[in-house]
Design a protein around this ligand. Structure first.
Ligand code: 3H9
Length: 693
């Protein structure tokens, strides 16, 4: 093997040249990989009759190196690499396996033939990062698999397996074996004339206006707020013309996307998903978890049990009586049926989960074999403590005792046991078998290996875990409680719930705060407000509208009424009446808020509380807070999370907004010390993330 760069090597076997790509973990097309491919081609094309190119490790190439976006690119850039491959003096055949995505697929498409191994996952996921394929994907894709298939892959970012790649025409043949062996065999077949080769750029593709229009209008209807999917359609439209011109247009559109704030937000979200997996206790060895106990079979308990069953874990679910167990079993069965329908589980696996993995019980001693027991009972400290006293008596030594509380003090719960080191908060989000986020709440005495076990469980359940400290509401609900208040202030001062919701949806959230409250149930927030009433500072402005709504029993969707009437979802006229009455009582003359003003106040409130959470050490890094909002609270991915958003707006602007609003309410709109410091010194949350590693 001769090194062409740090990440690319080549060898000559007879009249075949082999290029091996080795840039762990996923062979991202870094500067070294790009330069290496070109150097290897140059060295080989004068010596051999055909070349096989393959990836070492678990991928062919997972795409351009995402870390390089937004920075100057070293030569050769990926489109040049693809051109070098396509213009190579001898045929080049790609052996594609594992992730072959974005720029990786584009390199493969530039080769003269492609052979897929069974592990192939091919796709053009650039839109998920706010960009478009920028190394010929929008031009070579249509030439190999047609306009419709290219648009499908390029606008959804979905991955296709080997069989589908063959059916699409993306690869020429399927094979099995070690990538190097297949590459050698394939190149020999090319030389022997048994494997046909062609130059993709020379294939003629017909303009398919109907298909282009169909995709363009579907995107306008469904993803109007996103930038790059529309741009992908625009680029693909050039594929029917001259290849070089199409490539030039693709490059220009790609650059436009690179400059867009959505690109920065989406890439931040990509890295946030991965950054949260790095936490202080990650060196500790997790405890083994094969059997999980769940206390409580309500929506949350049944959802947690479902999530565990979907991961193949044994579950013991405890309820007070047989009726409650029957209801829990029905909920779990419904959840698993849904998973079968969505193709997440086979019917046989569902039957096995219900028959062999799930055990229902009314007795604590049935938890004796459980490695972890998760409590999901009523949100009340006295009730939770009683559960934990029982768990302390019946759980085996070393078992992890977890509370699914969404607000309460995990350390206080731990006091009910003689083993606080084994107690942890695992805050699932409803529906627990669907929602991605899991807050791992680390108490004062929680042992490192217990934290590591929480993260290991999250991985098994395919959830995104974020470490949080103990405080009322942890990361997510503490922020929620804060910006919920600003939503109340807005409706008290002049906006309607529907206007606030529409403005927030306009920012990119799927639902506004009043719609979310209706969905979650207004009684939960009401109970929290009552619980916190004794500690509410005298200076805090308190809006009673929500209490009036709850006093009428309008708890949202489940009650048929909330801020909206159901099932049609029209604004509840009686709530508007309540608002008017409350305004009159407080002597408020309603004012007009523009949608932009609503969003700015809403986001500023969110940012301020997020910064206080950082100051208090409840979150380790700004990016953890962004991840909580992105994966648990529907924060629009293209804005990257509240603190990425704050960076993108400019921290001085956030401070200026809060100071402006403070003239109306100095208590609520206090500027957090850290925010002011960063704004004054030109710092950013991105820098704090970087400094934290
Ligand atoms: C593109 O190609 C543009 C071109 O069209 C035009 C250019 C001109 N770069 O996800 P994992 C890291 S756009 C850099 O945990 P998995 C990742 O951060 C690109 N790093 O593993 C993580 O690092 P760490 C189009 C990357 O098995 C580690 O690898 N391609 C890249 O669950 C392991 O990743 C994509 O959008 C990258 N491209 O999933 C593919 N990819 O260990 C994006 C991964 O330090 N990647 N890393 O946290 C993925 O979808 C998944 O990572 C993949 C593996 C499916 C590959």
């Amino acid at each position: 093997m001769t090194a062409a760069s740090d990440t690319v090597s080549y060898e000559i076997v007879g009249d075949v040249g082999l290029i091996c790509l080795e840039n762990p973990p996923v062979n991202a097309a870094s500067a070294s990989l790009r330069a290496g491919i070109v150097a290897a081609l140059q060295a080989l094309e004068i010596e051999v009759s055909a070349i096989g190119i393959y990836g070492a490790g678990r991928a062919f190439i997972a795409g351009a190196d995402i870390k390089e976006f937004g920075q100057p690119q070293a030569d050769p850039i990926l489109p040049e690499v693809c051109l070098a491959v396509e213009n190579c003096a001898v045929p080049v055949v790609a052996i594609v396996h594992g992730p072959t995505l974005g720029g990786g697929l584009e390199v493969a498409m530039s080769c003269h033939a492609r052979i897929a191994l069974p592990s192939l996952r091919a796709g053009l996921p650039e839109v998920l990062l706010g960009i478009i394929p920028g190394a010929g994907g929008t031009q070579r894709g249509p030439r190999l698999m047609g306009v419709r298939n290219t648009l499908d892959l390029a606008t959804t970012g979905r991955h296709v397996k080997a069989d589908e790649a063959l059916a699409l025409g993306l690869v020429d043949r399927l094979d099995e074996g070690a990538p190097r062996d297949v590459a050698l065999r394939a190149a020999q077949e090319v030389i022997a004339g048994r494997l046909a080769t062609r130059r993709t750029a020379e294939i003629i593709v017909k303009a398919d206006r109907t298909v282009l229009n169909e995709f363009a209008s579907a995107l306008r209807a469904k993803q109007a707020h996103l930038f790059s999917p529309h741009k992908a359609v625009e680029a693909v439209a050039f594929a029917s013309g001259d290849f070089a011109h199409g490539m030039q247009r693709e490059r220009e559109i790609f650059q436009e996307c690179i400059q867009s704030p959505q690109r920065a937000g989406l890439i931040h979200a990509f890295f946030a998903e991965r950054a949260v997996g790095k936490y202080p206790e990650m060196g500790a060895t997790p405890r083994e978890v094969a059997e999980v106990g769940v206390v409580g079979g309500g929506t949350m308990g049944a959802g947690i049990a479902t999530a565990c069953l979907l991961a193949g874990l044994k579950v013991v679910l405890l309820e007070m009586n047989v009726d409650a167990l029957d209801r829990a079993r029905a909920t779990i069965t419904g959840n698993l049926d849904g998973a079968v329908k969505r193709g997440k589980m086979s019917a046989e696996a569902r039957d096995a989960a219900l028959g062999e993995l799930l055990k229902l019980s009314t007795k604590y001693p049935d938890f004796s074999a459980c490695d972890m027991i998760i409590e999901a009972v009523f949100e009340d400290m006295t009730v939770k403590k009683q559960v934990f006293r029982n768990l302390n008596l019946h759980a085996k030594p070393g078992a992890i005792l977890a509370t699914n509380t969404s607000y309460l003090d995990v350390d206080e719960v731990a006091k009910a046991t003689a083993r606080p080191e084994s107690v942890i908060g695992l805050h699932f989000f409803s529906p627990a078998h669907v929602m991605k986020l899991l807050e791992i709440v680390v108490g004062a005495h929680t042992a490192p290996e217990v934290v590591a076990t929480g993260f290991a469980l999250a991985k098994k359940l395919r959830k995104i875990a974020v470490r949080a400290g103990v405080c009322d509401g942890f990361i997510g609900n503490r922020i929620l409680n804060h910006y919920r208040k600003v939503a109340d202030y807005l409706i008290m001062d002049g906006a309607s719930p529907a206007q606030v919701d529409a403005a927030v949806r306009g920012f990119g959230f799927a639902m506004g705060p009043f719609q979310v409250m209706d969905l979650a149930g207004l009684d939960i927030g009401w109970a929290t407000r009552k619980r916190l009433a004794p500690t509410r500072p005298a200076e805090e402005r308190y809006v009673e509208i929500a209490d009036r709504v709850c006093e009428n029993g309008w708890f949202g969707r489940k009650a048929g009424r909330g801020y909206y009437d159901y099932p049609d979802g029209t604004p509840n006229a009686d709530v508007l009446q309540i608002i008017e009455t409350e305004r009159a009582k407080a002597g408020i003359t309603p004012c007009d808020f523009s949608d932009q003003e609503i969003v700015e106040r809403y986001m500023t409130a969110m940012v301020c509380e997020a910064v206080r959470i950082l100051e208090d050490g409840i979150a380790q890094r700004p990016i953890d807070i962004d991840a909580v909002q992105l994966f648990g609270y529907g924060f629009p991915r293209h804005h990257g999370g509240p603190l990425h958003y704050a960076d993108s707006i400019g921290l001085a602007e956030i401070v200026a907004r809060a100071e402006r609003y403070a003239s109306e309410d100095a208590h609520y709109w206090q500027v957090p010390r850290l925010l002011r410091e960063l704004a004054d010194t030109g710092g950013s949350f991105a820098e704090l993330n970087q400094a934290a590693g």
